[in-house]
Ligand binder design. Structure first.
Ligand code: XLS
Ligand code: MG
Length: 347
């Protein structure tokens, strides 16, 4: 990396990260901000990119014609332009509609599988109107509550079929698969980036299928997020990230980046920085949730702090004495190396 221009990172989050605090056990606790108000927060928080679900852009899209969808998407594109923002990706929301109760691409009902693919086409149309060539597939309900409900082998075929149909529908779109091992399902079919990239290589156009890695999702799979990122970077298929944190194997907490494991966060920033992530326009994306206890007027701090944490740790990566580190490695003194890293992080 020496001598190379330092990467100037761009940051993104989805409007759902500024939310009203409801959880499975309680209603909203904060007065909602309107969509335009949320868009108004981005620049002041230091963010350039907006992640979207299809229906964040076009609410109630199931009830609209193609023309109405395009018209609404154009309005949102204008709003982004007016606020100096760009869309990072659009994600089809395949986990709320009644036709996705038993899964979307892997539903046992062929009509529901058809709905999921057609809904994905709409997400592609919206992405095109917003000026992004990326859609994200978080395969939320592609899994089971009990194993006997579906065929795990057939499910792979259904997901691959959906991916190939999307690639065929639009010759420019790039698909980012966001793996997660569980929740809402008891067990999901594409739990890790390894599973996701295997699908990419099986697809009809592997160069247009890659991955988005979320810190918490890797942790929920019992894996180290920075190793997962290193794996995808080797394949040149880490096209976005959702940086956040997670305290153990439980529901997806979407904690602020670095909030639970500073060393783990350091290694995520390091693997991104040292392997050129961001040099081809990739965003440092967040997927973080405000604590339910936070009052409305201070319900964007988790975004501000997560971005600040990335930049603090970036400074730690860039100021690490690599020669000293190399000496510890060369002499196989990993206890010494461990202390050296900890001292650096604490200094
Ligand atoms: C899950 C996903 C989800 C987004 C993208 O973590 O990132 O939060 O809605 O689909
Ligand atoms: Mg996510």
């Amino acid at each position: 990396m020496s001598g190379q221009k330092l990467t100037k990172y761009r940051f993104s989050f989805g409007p759902w990260n500024i939310h009203e605090g409801s959880d499975p056990f309680g209603p909203v606790v904060r007065q909602p901000y309107g969509f335009q108000e949320k868009i108004g927060f981005y620049r002041e928080l230091g963010f350039d990119g907006v992640q979207f679900h299809d229906d964040d852009v076009v609410p109630n899209l199931n009830d609209l014609t193609h023309e109405q969808i395009v018209k609404k998407a154009k309005e949102v594109k204008q709003l982004l332009d007016d606020n100096g923002l760009v869309a990072e990706f659009t994600a089809p929301r395949l986990w709320e509609d009644a036709r996705t109760i038993d899964g979307a691409y892997t539903s046992n009902d062929p009509n529901e599988r058809k709905y999921a693919v057609e809904r994905s086409y709409i997400a592609v149309d919206i992405a095109n109107e917003l000026g992004t060539d990326k859609i994200v597939l978080w395969l939320a309900r592609e899994g089971t509550y009990i194993r006997e409900a579906k065929s795990s082998k057939d499910a792979v075929g259904y997901i691959l079929d959906a991916i190939n149909k999307i690639l065929d529908y639009d010759k420019n779109i790039k698909i980012l698969i966001e793996p997660k091992p569980n929740e809402p399902m008891d067990q999901a079919y594409i739990p890790t980036i390894g599973h996701a990239l295997a699908l990419a290589y099986l697809s009809s156009d592997p160069d247009r299928v890659g991955g988005l890695i979320e810190s918490a999702h890797a942790i929920l799979a019992g894996l180290d997020p920075s190793d997962e990122m290193g794996y995808a970077l080797y394949h040149n298929k880490l096209w976005s990230v959702h940086l956040n944190d997670q305290n153990g194997l439980k529901f997806d907490e979407d904690k602020a980046f670095g909030s639970n494991n500073l060393r783990g966060a350091f290694n995520q920033v390091r693997v991104l920085e040292e392997n050129g992530y961001g040099r081809n326009g990739e965003f440092v994306g967040l997927d973080v949730k405000t604590m339910r206890t936070q009052r409305r007027e201070v319900s964007t701090k988790h975004l501000l702090h997560s971005r600040k944490m990335f930049l603090y740790l970036l400074e730690k990566v860039r100021t690490l004495d690599k020669e000293r580190e190399r000496q510890f490695i060369q002499s196989r003194d990993y206890e010494g190396l461990d202390w050296f890293i900890l001292e650096h992080l604490m200094s």
